[in-house]
Write a protein that binds this ligand. Structure first.
Ligand code: ZN
Length: 107
């Protein structure tokens, strides 16, 4: 009897160990993936929900923002962790072109 209990305990321990190991590996992989993850972001509203605007797309890929309908063949690509920062900057950013140029020069 005690052998069976020991075997069961060992198996349970092994399963728990494997689960923890699996979880740790998964979390690590997820973090590494996030490290390298870049997303296209809408420069107008900061949304990352973009969809291809032209289906044919022979000459260039054009995207459309799902949120504000902004269309462009160029969307800034930023790191996924900088999305919040980008949106905060958008809120603070003055709308006139001259002022945005000045802020670009100071950066
Ligand atoms: Zn937008």
């Amino acid at each position: 009897m005690s052998n069976i209990i020991r075997l069961l305990a060992n198996t349970a321990a092994l399963i728990i160990f494997l689960l923890i190991f699996y979880w740790v590996v998964l979390v690590k992989k997820k973090r590494e993936f996030a490290k390298h993850q870049l997303v296209l972001i809408c420069p107008k509203c900061g949304s990352i929900r973009l969809s291809p605007a032209n289906i044919i797309g022979i000459f260039r890929e054009e995207y459309k923002c799902d949120k504000c309908d902004y269309r462009s063949s160029f969307f800034p690509e930023i790191h996924i962790s900088k999305i919040k920062e980008f949106r905060e900057k958008l809120r603070k950013k003055p709308k006139s072109r001259e002022q945005s140029k000045k802020s670009k020069n100071t950066e």
